[in-house]
Ligand binder design. Structure first.
Ligand code: NAI
Length: 296
C-alpha cells in the first residue's frame, strides 16, 4: 500500500506531550495538520512548543527559519471535532482511558468521511476494544509513537481483531514516509515495547522500595553499567506517572492480575500527589527552577 499523500489533512486529538509531537511529525512530513484539545489554549500551547523546539535547531544551524515557518504554517489549532470532517487520518493522543477513547472515536466516526483512517496512540489499551462499538471497526488501528515523537524512530502499527490489513499497511507506509521505523504488532496488552518494558520499571521500583539505593544511583547504574539510554526513574518522569501508572494498570488487568505486572504503590503515591514527572515539575526528580540536581 502507498503512504498517505501529503495533501491529506491529518487531525490530531490531544495536544499534550504525544499529540503535539505527532502533529509536528506529520507537519514536518508536509501534511496540513489540525490539532484539537478539550483544554482551552492547549492546542495553541502545543504549537508554540513545537516552534520553540524547531527554533533551537535553527540556533544550532540544523534548520532554516523558512523551514520552521513552513512547518508552523501547516499546523492549525481547532476548537471542535467538527473541524476534522475533511481529515484523511485522525490520530488520537488523549488520556489513557478506554471509555473516553471509545466515546471519542464514536463521535469521530460520525464526523469523518468514509475513507478516513482512525488511529489511536494508546500505549496499552486493546485496539480491538477501542474499535468494538464503531460501525466500521475495520478502519481503526493503533499508531503508537514513542516519547518524544519527533525524535524516537520506532512506531508500532497495531492491528485489532477487526482492523483491515490495508489500513495497517497504509499506516505502515505512512510512518515510513514520515521517517519512522514502523513495526507491525497485534493488539496484545502493552503491544511489544510497553509489555517488555514493564519489568524494567517494576524491578526498579521494587529496588527503590526495598532501599537498595536511591533513584539517582539506580538510574546512573543502569545507564552506565546496563547500557540503557535512560534509567527507569528518569524515564518514568519523562513519560509522566499518570500515563505510566495507567499503562501498568491496564496491562496488569488485561493479564488477569498477573503479579509480574503489579502496579507500584510508590508510583501511585506520586500520581495521587500530582507529582507527574517533568510535565508537573516534580516526580522522582525536581525539575523546578533552582532545584538541586541529583548527584550521580
Ligand atoms: P498528556 O497528559 O501529556 O496529554 C493528553 C492531552 O489530551 C491533554 O492535553 C488533555 O487535555 C487532552 N485530552 C484529554 N481528554 C481529551 C478529550 N476527550 N478530547 C480531547 N483532548 C483530550 O498525555 P500524553 O503523554 O500525551 O499521552 C497521550 C496518549 O498517548 C495516552 O494514550 C498515552 O498512553 C499515549 N502515549 C504516551 C506516551 C508517553 O511517554 N507519555 C508514549 C506513547 C503513547
Amino acid at each position: 500500500m502507498p503512504a498517505l499523500d501529503t495533501s491529506i489533512v491529518v487531525g490530531v486529538v490531544g495536544a499534550g506531550a504525544m499529540g503535539a509531537g505527532i502533529a509536528q511529525v506529520a507537519a514536518q512530513a508536509g501534511h496540513p495538520v489540525r490539532l484539537y484539545d478539550t483544554r482551552d489554549g492547549a492546542a495553541e500551547a502545543g504549537i508554540a512548543g513545537i516552534r520553540k523546539q524547531l527554533e533551537k535547531r535553527v540556533a544550532k544551524g540544523k534548520l532554516t527559519q523558512e523551514a520552521v515557518e513552513a512547518v508552523i504554517e501547516r499546523l492549525a489549532p481547532v476548537t471542535g471535532l467538527d473541524d476534522f470532517a475533511g481529515c484523511g487520518l485522525v490520530v488520537e493522543a488523549i488520556v489513557e482511558k478506554l471509555e473516553v477513547k471509545r466515546e471519542l472515536f464514536g463521535r469521530l466516526e460520525a464526523i469523518c468521511g468514509e475513507a478516513a483512517i482512525l488511529a489511536s496512540n494508546t500505549s496499552s489499551l486493546s485496539i480491538t476494544s477501542i474499535a468494538a462499538n464503531l460501525e466500521r471497526p475495520e478502519r481503526l488501528a493503533g499508531l503508537h509513537f514513542f516519547n518524544p515523537a519527533p525524535v524516537m524512530k520506532l512506531v508500532e502499527i497495531v492491528s485489532g481483531l477487526a482492523t483491515e490489513p490495508t489500513v495497517a499497511e497504509t499506516l505502515y507506509a505512512t510512518a515510513a514516509a514520515w521517517g519512522k521505523t514502523p513495526v507491525h504488532a497485534s493488539s496484545t496488552p502493552g503491544f511489544i515495547v510497553n509489555r517488555v518494558a514493564r519489568p524494567f520499571y517494576a524491578e526498579g521500583l521494587r529496588l527503590l522500595q526495598e532501599g537498595a539505593a536511591d533513584a539517582a544511583t539506580l538510574d546512573a547504574l543502569l545507564r552506565q553499567a546496563g547500557g540503557f539510554r535512560m534509567g527507569p526513574f528518569e524515564l518514568m518522569d519523562l513519560i509522566g506517572h499518570d500515563v505510566n501508572y495507567a499503562v501498568t494498570r491496564s496491562v496488569f488487568d488485561a493479564y488477569y492480575g498477573d503479579t509480574r505486572f503489579e502496579p507500584s504503590l510508590v508510583q501511585l503515591a506520586l500520581v495521587e500527589a500530582g507529582r507527574l514527572g517533568r510535565k508537573s515539575g516534580q516526580g522522582f526528580y525536581d525539575y523546578r527552577e533552582g532545584a538541586e540536581k541529583p548527584v550521580p
